[in-house]
Write a protein of this length. Structure first.
Length: 211
């Protein structure tokens, strides 16, 4: 049997993608947790109440951010699937069908574990998918908390998914958008190619834009 490529699926709005995303992806590969990481802008996130930049722009920025980063690439398959909303369980099922030579894991923020039981088909994801949870400062989730919502075996699996030894990347897309709305330059936080794209497209610059 052929060995499958271990692909970490890193979904999110990526509005915009920043250097913290790339640093995390590099670290996951460097630690041997995956062979590759896919940055996957969500087509229609089920839990986002604010308006996002158009999918085409978010995908283009993700592609630019990933250029030249070994093992890291952008995934635009959600546009092909066009699921509304784009639930993670459904997206991963379609990716598994489309790419049988890959074994997908789910890369999420450790803070998401606190509400993971509320996700669509959460028990299926927890039981059938390898979870990689990266640390978010001040958002530690304990085993006792997880056992309130999960059977013991799944609670232990999710708690074990926490990669506590990974470095923190305290960069917020929300704060980035607020600074960009004030015409700030973010070359120290956003890849220069992405920054050029933002400037050329006039993203996040609209007066009064809610972030």
């Amino acid at each position: 049997m052929a060995v499958k490529i271990r692909t970490a699926y890193f979904g999110g709005s990526f509005d915009p993608p920043h250097l913290g995303h790339l640093a995390l992806a590099r670290e996951v590969i460097a630690r041997g947790l995956a062979d590759e990481v896919w940055l996957a802008p969500a087509w229609q996130p089920p839990h986002k109440s604010r308006a996002l930049a158009p999918f085409a722009d978010r995908l283009a920025m993700a592609e630019l951010a990933c250029e030249g980063v070994p093992g890291v690439s952008a995934c635009g398959d959600e546009a092909e699937f066009a699921l509304e909303p784009s639930y993670t369980a459904a997206v991963l099922a379609k990716l598994a069908d489309k790419y049988p030579g890959r074994e997908f894991s789910l890369l999420i923020g450790g803070d998401m574990l606190a509400e993971f039981h509320l996700w669509h088909r959460a028990e299926y994801l927890a039981g059938h998918c390898r979870i990689l949870a990266y640390p978010r400062r001040g958002a530690a989730v304990g085993l006792t908390d997880l056992k309130k919502h999960w059977p013991e075996a799944l609670a232990e699996k999710l708690h074990g998914s926490l990669m506590a030894d990974l470095p923190f990347f305290d960069i917020s897309s929300t704060n980035i958008r607020k600074l960009l709305a004030k015409s700030g330059n973010m070359d120290n936080i956003i890849d220069a190619k992405v920054m050029n794209y933002i400037n050329a497209a006039g993203l996040y610059r609209r007066e009064g834009e809610k972030n």
